[in-house]
Design a protein around this ligand. Structure first.
Ligand code: ACO
Length: 403
């Protein structure tokens, strides 16, 4: 890696991937005691995407990552460092980033995951910024990717209505041109550490039959406490990032917030006295995709014509920890560059399998959804599962393909 510090770090590429399977509020009404009116009025969410059995966090991250690299006008081997923000890695180890490196065909990057829950993308961006600004890397791929459906208790109506799957990515590059990243603030408030958490499976509660029976492998949340802390933290973190950037909130053209809940986003805008017309919202289509939500929203905002050269953008997120983070930047890329990634899809990535053989990771509680979706498209649902290839002994030759 190079060691010459650079004066500027620019967002040069962006991309996203959402799995095709849709879980609507009407679907959830069939599973738990809830209704569309409650979900929409309390959260703004109408539907979310669910990863297919052939998809994992690494496979979705790789598609979003390849799209971001193409948008930047680069090839996979131009990337010096790959950072994946996720709370739903494929495995405890190796890192999801290591699997992504192989899946996108990069031969030279270092790769690591960042664990900051829903703030994972912003924390990853801050880490990438430091690497590029110091000269340790020239191009860094930052991905936020989640398969939350596999950590969700679909019998718990207080959480299962909130979360969805997907991935988003950006490339940060060194450049001496003006603009690019202007200010970053990242924070952690452990007083809220257990407001949203996943109790089982770590060194404090190693997985056993009893932790599984107690559902400790699913996310738990104190919704109201999380809500209040989120609103309080998001505003002050955003303002601190603007202050570091040396610009006023009035100078911001578009805020791209973490898409957890429309009421949290609206409360943030109200507390800052900032118009909702300049806040990008897509929570209705994807729910809370945790670390993926800001880069997925960014890609949609650019595709929708909401971002142009010279615009000041503010990304702001919060998550378990409780973590929060905000990035202020001046956009310098050509928004039309995303057309370079138009042909990239799941068929372009191959995640190397482990050696334990085929499993169907699809949540059993949603099995009916997968079968219904397959039947309505005339597909044999069992083919989805057979697409998860048996692991190869020795060097992995077999591949699992996202559905
Ligand atoms: N359908 C119908 N009723 C429900 C549902 C549901 N899905 N869920 C809860 N209720 C009921 C509750 O049981 C309660 O009933 P009660 O008054 O009879 O006891 C009532 O609705 C109100 O419940 P609250 O929890 O007070 O509802 P609230 O208005 O706070 O909304 C929500 C809940 C949407 C979870 C909200 O608190 C929230 O969004 N919190 C933030 C969550 C969040 O953003 N988490 C992500 C953190 S980021 C990360 O790191 C993953």
């Amino acid at each position: 890696m190079k060691s010459r510090p650079t004066s500027g770090v620019h967002l040069t590429g962006w991309g996203a991937y959402a799995p095709s399977q849709v879980l609507t509020n009407a679907d959830l009404e069939r599973m738990v005691d809830t209704n569309d009116e409650w979900i929409v009025s309390r959260t703004g969410i109408r539907e979310r995407r669910i990863a297919g059995p052939g998809e994992t966090t690494a496979s979705m991250a790789a598609v979003a990552g390849l799209r971001a690299i193409a948008t930047a006008g680069l090839g996979p081997d131009d990337i010096d460092l790959i950072i994946v923000g996720t709370l739903t890695p494929d495995y405890q180890m190796p890192s999801t980033a290591a699997l992504v490196k192989d899946a996108i065909g990069n031969k030279r990057a270092a790769a690591m995951d960042v664990a900051a829950a829903c703030s994972g993308f912003v924390y990853g961006y801050a880490t990438a910024q430091a690497y590029v600004a110091s000269g340790m890397a020239r191009h860094v791929l930052v991905i936020g990717a989640e398969t939350l459906s596999r950590y969700t208790d679909f019998s718990d109506r207080t959480t299962c209505i909130l979360f969805g799957d997907g991935a988003g990515a950006v490339v940060l590059s060194a450049s001496d041109e003006p603009g690019g990243t202007l200010g970053i603030e990242i924070r952690t408030e452990p007083s809220g550490a257990y407001f949203i958490w996943l109790p089982g499976g770590g060194s404090s509660r190693p997985p056993t039959a009893s932790t599984i029976a107690a559902g400790e492998h699913f996310m738990k949340m104190k919704g109201a406490e999380t809500f209040k802390m989120a609103v309080r933290t998001l505003g002050s973190t955003a303002l601190a990032s603007l202050s570091r950037a040396g610009i006023e909130l009035a100078d911001v053209d578009l805020v791209v917030p973490h898409q957890a809940n429309i009421r949290i986003i609206e409360a943030l805008a109200r507390s800052l006295d900032f118009p909702m017309a300049r806040v990008f919202v897509n929570v209705e289509c994807y729910g809370n995709t945790s670390a993926a939500s800001v880069p997925m929203a960014l890609s949609e905002a650019v595709a929708a014509g909401r971002v142009k050269k010279g615009d000041r953008l503010l990304f702001v997120a919060f998550g378990s920890g409780l973590t929060s983070g905000a990035i202020t930047l001046e956009w310098t890329a050509d928004p039309a560059a995303f057309s370079r990634a138009a042909d990239i899809g799941p068929e372009d990535v191959t995640v190397m399998p482990g050696y334990l053989g085929p499993v169907n990771p699809f949540p059993p509680a949603l099995e009916w959804l997968r079968r219904d979706a397959a039947a309505s498209s005339g597909r044999n649902p069992d083919l989805d599962v057979r697409d998860i290839k048996p692991a190869a002994k020795g060097p992995p030759a077999a591949a699992s393909r996202p559905g």
